[in-house]
Design a protein around this ligand. Structure first.
Ligand SMILES: NC(=O)C1=CN([C@@H]2O[C@H](COP(=O)(O)OP(=O)(O)OC[C@H]3O[C@@H](n4cnc5c(N)ncnc54)[C@H](O)[C@@H]3O)[C@@H](O)[C@H]2O)C=CC1
Ligand SMILES: O=C(O)CCC(=O)C(=O)O
Length: 424
């Protein structure tokens, strides 16, 4: 049953979007009906109530979720999102996209995702710690180093991962188990390069797409929606390839300067003021206007359902590189394809994060530490291959990159299901 509540990203239900994308891929590869059903349903969705004592002494009960979509290729893997409008269907969609993402990256994981309905911006650090530990306690029996390995997502990061690792380790044998979670601070087993990995992977896919489209990165202009972990590093790394960032935004609004804005200066401004808004020399724009900016590369790096049938026809970029999960609806995909805008889909473009999470997990299991150069080289090799695999699939089927990446992923997951014999 579909949840009718709004998600973090508005009124379009992300799970309906994910199901439609699956339907389209299933049609292209003439997928068996039973297997289609298997893939349309997460294997398990856990909802938990999380009582937390707030700083003022009141008890508040939060709701949390963990959706485990498919583990045919390996343990469930995926981040945890804190947002006031998280819904169960959003988490289900995100877990399905994780299954496809890990298959496109060809790393041995399935897909999972978690979320808590809360507003972390209005909570103290100690309230967030009590909430995170309560959540870790509530999901401890379904996560684990070989079953389900969480990671950061919107409004979570190293500190939440550290609390989850600590709570899980204390509960399950009382010895340190860093391999239960990725995206940890370096001092407790995090990997060098993980913090930048989503943006770095995206920049590698942009480099490859620019070659195909014959875009000269030195004269390319960039608009980035969402200036958090993914958006900041993505824009910094495309800037390093020679491009100029002319528009950026966050939840409070956006800024535009035709002459360009240095990413480091934008980051410092956001660090100081809490937003990119008010960046010296730039004019204010809305998040909607940012998407329609006249630029070469558009990087949606915030939430789902930003490019829809309403505004897709107004996108002027030649290339859309999706750092966010689910920023484009299927109707908008068709419009962009018709208008010859190349979209590097989320499950390919932002796969750098989970790929380096995989490297972190390997390092933890072996109690090893890799250099940042080694992490980045491996990421480059891996994501470049995924880009080329997807591009070849899109040519083979004559479809856009989203359909190609979903077909590639579904074929890989189905092969694993069939070999293992996991029939319904
Ligand atoms: N962090 C990671 O490793 C990965 C993140 N992603 C995806 O990237 C996207 C962003 O995640 P992170 O950067 O990790 O989160 P974050 O919490 O670091 O940053 C989120 C940013 O989005 C902005 N934002 C929130 N609502 C917005 C709105 N309505 N319009 C414009 N901006 C808005 C926030 O102000 C913030 O700057 C999400 O879709 C996430 O699922 C995907 C793969 C990996
Ligand atoms: O690093 C990971 O395990 C997953 C990150 C994530 O949630 C995502 O790719 O959407």
């Amino acid at each position: 049953m579909l949840d009718t509540a709004k998600s973090s990203a508005g009124s379009i239900n992300p799970f309906e979007v994910a199901l439609k994308q699956l339907d389209e891929a299933a049609k292209l590869i003439k997928l068996d009906k039973g297997l289609h059903q298997v893939l349309a349903n997460p294997k398990r969705v856990l909802t938990v109530s999380l009582p937390v004592k707030m700083d003022n002494g009141e008890i508040r009960v939060f709701t949390g979720f963990r959706s485990q979509h498919n583990d045919a290729r390996g343990p469930y893997k995926g981040g945890i999102r804190y947002h006031p409008q998280v819904t169960v269907d959003e988490v289900k969609a995100l877990s399905m996209w994780m299954t496809w993402k890990c298959a496109v990256a060809d790393i041995p994981y399935g897909g999972g995702k978690g979320g808590i309905i809360c507003n972390p911006k209005e909570m103290s650090t100690s309230e967030l710690e009590r909430l995170t530990r309560r959540y870790a306690y509530a999901i401890a029996d379904i996560i684990g180093p070989h079953t389900d390995i969480p990671a950061p997502d919107v409004y979570t990061g190293g500190k939440e991962m550290a609390w989850i690792m600590d709570t899980y380790s204390a509960l399950k044998g009382n010895y340190v188990q860093p391999e239960v979670i990725t995206g940890k601070p370096i001092a407790i087993g995090g990997s060098l390069g993980r913090n930048e990995a989503t943006g770095r992977g995206l920049a590698f896919t942009v480099r490859e797409a620019a070659k195909k489209l014959k875009i000269n990165m030195k004269s390319a202009t960039v608009a980035v929606q969402g200036f958090g972990n993914a958006g900041q590093f993505a824009s910094q790394l495309v800037e390093e390839q020679g491009a100029t960032v002319i528009a950026a935004s966050d939840s409070k609004g956006g800024v535009y300067n035709k002459a360009g804005m240095k990413v480091e200066a934008l980051r410092k401004h956001k660090e100081k003021t809490g937003s990119v808004v008010g960046f010296p020399g730039a004019k204010s724009i809305s998040n909607e206007e940012l998407l329609e900016t006249d630029c070469t590369i558009l990087i949606p790096a915030a939430l789902e359902n930003q490019i829809t049938a309403k505004n897709a026809g107004k996108i002027k970029a030649k290339l859309v590189a999706e750092a966010a999960n689910g920023p484009t609806t299927p109707e908008a995909d068709d419009i962009l394809y018709k208008n010859k805008v190349l979209t590097i889909p989320d499950i390919l473009a932002n796969g750098g994060g989970v790929t380096v999470s995989y490297f972190e997990w390997l390092q933890n299991l072996r109690r090893e530490y890799w250099s940042e150069a080694e992490v980045n080289e491996r990421l480059d090799r891996n994501i470049t291959k995924s880009f080329l695999d997807t591009y070849t699939t899109s040519e083979k089927y004559g479809v856009n990159m989203r359909k190609a990446s979903t077909v590639l992923a579904v074929n890989r997951v189905v092969e694993a299901i069939q070999l293992r014999g996991l029939w319904p």
